[in-house]
Design a protein around this ligand. Structure first.
Ligand SMILES: Cc1cc2nc3c(=O)[nH]c(=O)nc-3n(C[C@H](O)[C@H](O)[C@H](O)COP(=O)(O)O)c2cc1C
Length: 351
């Protein structure tokens, strides 16, 4: 157990085998800086950031910590825009446009869509040379990954099945993040579509550990020091924790999201595609309850998003989270309004 942990810490250059999960939409550099300075690995999610923001946020991290940090990108293949699919999705949402008195946005992909890792992104981060780079939804094409590997960062990516883990190892990942079904946020699944293939952390981690040689991080449902110990005794070299950081003052989690996380509603989550087109675990709210959790009309990721954005904006302006994307994992018991350094140290307190 200790040998795996030491190997991971040596590889990442961290004191603790605790990785703060990158969480697009709810955090920027402040959370990453706090966790890295506390001895864990802080992460910056870049999947929803414009190039200038990536540059300034990474520069901020590099200026405010001398410790290692991780930058995270998505690597999906953007689907072509399908006007018919988009129209049927709008029909599903039409009663809500009427109820809230908002106009649907003009048809077409939105500029706000989550962008995959591309030549421009590699150009940008090659100048900053982050020591660790992680990916969600597989790995970028070999040509781009070779450019990343040129500055010898540690490359990590999420696997949701044993086959995805062995694929990632064969294609150049140095660390595998075993993402159990309990995890908050988007499923990292990239070789499979069926949710029936998705395993809980307790079943997934030991099977991946047996199948690969690289260190494995356990992710999904880990919310306290006992959970960390359990993950390590299943053979994980460390953990990646997201949900437990959501209420930290260093995050940008919205007030409505915070209120839901702190309420009994947080104990009811579901894997849903109604916000982006890809399965993601979120707290069940009105939209998920009424048209989800999985709706076959939702266009593929990330094209489902633009059509519901006006509903979300209008509802939130009225103080309602009925149409908000309230990402969270199944275990929200670790969510506390405390500095991220305290959460990190507490997670590591039984090591
Ligand atoms: C709000 C939120 C946003 C997330 N965004 C990302 C992301 O941008 N990139 C990524 O690789 N993983 C993302 N994840 C998934 C995490 O990497 C990780 O699998 C998950 O947080 C672990 O489970 P836990 O939330 O139960 O700790 C997100 C998770 C949450 C809760």
């Amino acid at each position: 157990m200790a040998a795996q942990q030491d190997r991971l810490c040596e590889l990442l250059g961290t004191e603790l085998p605790i990785v703060q999960a990158p969480m697009a939409g709810v955090q920027g550099s402040a959370l990453a800086i706090a966790v890295s300075n506390a001895g864990g690995l802080g992460s910056l999610p870049c999947g929803m950031l414009a190039p200038d923001d990536i540059r300034s946020e990474v520069s901020r991290i590099a200026a405010q910590t001398s410790k290692p940090y991780n930058v995270n990108f998505l690597c999906h293949t953007p689907p072509p825009f399908d006007p018919e699919r988009d129209a049927s999705w709008r029909r599903v949402l039409s009663t809500y446009y009427q109820e809230l008195g908002v106009d649907p946005p003009p048809p077409g992909p939105s500029a706000l869509a989550r962008a995959p890792f591309d030549d421009a992104a590699v150009e940008l981060i090659a100048a900053l040379k982050p020591p660790i780079v992680s990916f969600h939804y597989g790995l970028p094409p070999a040509r781009l990954l070779a450019r990343v590997k040129a500055w010898h960062p540690v490359v990590m990516s999420s696997a949701t099945t044993v086959d995805e883990a062995t694929w990632l190892e064969e294609h150049g990942a140095d660390v595998i993040i075993a993402q159990g079904l309990e995890a908050g946020g988007h499923r990292g699944m990239f070789l499979v579509d069926a949710l029936t293939t998705q395993l809980g952390t307790f079943a997934l981690v030991p099977q991946i550990v047996r199948a690969v040689r690289v260190p494995v991080l356990a992710a999904g449902g880990i919310a306290d020091a006992a959970g960390v110990l359990a993950a390590l005794s299943l053979g994980a070299a460390g953990v990646q924790v997201g949900t437990s950081y959501l209420l930290c003052p260093e995050t940008t989690t919205s007030p409505l999201h915070r209120a839901r996380l702190a309420s009994p509603a947080a104990s009811h989550t579901a894997v849903t595609n109604v916000f982006t087109g890809r399965p993601a675990r979120a707290i069940v709210n009105r939209l998920i309850a009424e048209i989800g959790p999985m709706n076959p009309a939702a266009p593929p990721f990330p094209l489902a998003t633009p059509a519901f954005m006006p509903l979300r904006a209008q509802a939130e302006a009225r103080g309602s989270s009925d149409f908000s994307f309230l990402l969270a994992g199944q275990n929200t018991t670790g969510c506390q309004q405390r500095p991220a350094a305290d959460i990190t140290k507490e997670l590591a307190s039984r090591l």
